[in-house]
Write a protein that binds this ligand. Structure first.
Ligand code: CA
Length: 343
């Protein structure tokens, strides 16, 4: 009997040692990742100074930077990755969205009309982008952008991209183009009514009302900056973005694009004639260059391979330039057309 009690005690002891060990190692891994992040911050600051950021700005802006685990969660769970095209578009182009956009347009009509004429960008496209990016300025994000960008730079998935963005941001602060006090935005480091990343701010943002500061949360500067961006990357006013098609199953798979990274196999529409069931109903110039996208192929398990399918044109690729997501660009152009029917 005594023997069994002894064994029982020993097992209990072993279990508690085991639990202590687990606690110790899990704690130490938390410390390890924090200290790894701090090492990264030190190295990053040196890199920023080397690329031309003043030491003062680098020290000041990076002084309160923290690792944000939530940002990594958001990064791994973007709706672009898991929502099917139909759901994605429907959620972002509903009646309420159109109503809110029309209300904003009524209020800011003279400014928006002026910007449309000056930059040759349809007001409907500007409204659609703002509606989808921030619900017309209602969801600007409250994240500390510096910490968001630092977290994503420290993370391995897209480290190079976000490191560059963070250095650009520090330079914008350095040059007093952006005040570090207002740097609150989305989890991915985007800012203002149209969710500009630092590089977009640097390349395309403008002080339209000439009051010496770029205000991307206000109508005049944000609309003009977005219009300037679209104009510079080559959006062509009054030319189509995409059109829906029904594909024949005979179409060779190599013609189907399902990645937003690089749209391939661009041909004149008439080249695809024998593969498009509704070809004769398409009210579009058949000499236009187009590519075919089937966005649900890769992400929706068991998706019927050829639906939905779209012909996309050069304007569509400009929206991919804005945000590399096939569904995002479809939603923007869909909402644009809904505004077109209303304004
Ligand atoms: Ca301004």
């Amino acid at each position: 009997m005594f023997f069994f009690v002894l064994i029982k005690k020993m097992i209990k002891k072993l279990i508690s040692i085991y639990i202590l060990l687990i606690l110790f190692f899990s704690q130490s891994s938390v410390f390890a990742s924090n200290s790894e992040f701090n090492v990264w911050v030190r190295e990053f600051k040196a890199q920023a100074v080397k690329s031309g950021v003043s030491k003062k700005t680098s020290d000041e802006v990076m002084s309160s930077v923290i690792f944000l685990p939530k940002v990594i969660e958001y990064d791994r769970f973007q709706p672009e990755f898991y929502e099917d095209t139909h759901t994605y578009i429907k959620k972002r182009t509903n009646k309420n969205k159109v109503k809110q956009g029309l209300a904003l347009y009524e209020k800011e009509k003279s400014t928006i009309d002026r910007i449309e004429k000056e930059f040759l960008i349809e007001k409907e496209l500007l409204l659609a982008l703002m509606g989808i990016e921030t619900n017309f300025g209602k969801y600007l994000g409250k994240m500390d952008i510096v910490s968001s960008l630092a977290t994503l730079s420290f993370d391995k998935r897209r480290s190079d991209f976000f490191t560059k963005e963070l250095i650009i941001l520090l330079k914008l602060v350095d040059q007093k183009i952006i005040d570090k006090k207002i740097l609150f935005g989305s989890w991915a480091g985007a800012f203002g009514n149209f969710q500009f990343m630092p590089r977009t701010i640097r390349n395309y943002a403008i002080d339209y009302n000439k009051n010496s500061t770029i205000e991307l949360k206000k109508t005049e500067d944000s609309f003009a900056s977005a219009a300037n961006y679209l104009n510079k990357i080559g959006w062509k006013k009054n030319t189509p973005c995409f059109t829906k098609i029904n594909l024949n199953k005979s179409i060779p798979k190599r013609y189907l694009n399902s990645s937003a990274k690089n749209i391939k196999y661009k041909k004149k529409i008439k080249y695809f004639k024998k593969y498009i069931k509704n070809y004769n109903e398409l009210k579009i110039n058949k000499n236009l260059e187009a590519a075919i996208i089937t966005p649900d192929i890769d992400i929706i398990p068991g998706a019927s391979t050829y639906t939905p399918a779209y012909l996309v044109f050069s304007n569509y690729e400009k929206i991919l330039n804005w945000n590399r997501s096939l569904r995002f660009a479809l939603a923007v152009c869909t909402l644009k057309d809904r505004f077109k029917n209303e304004i």
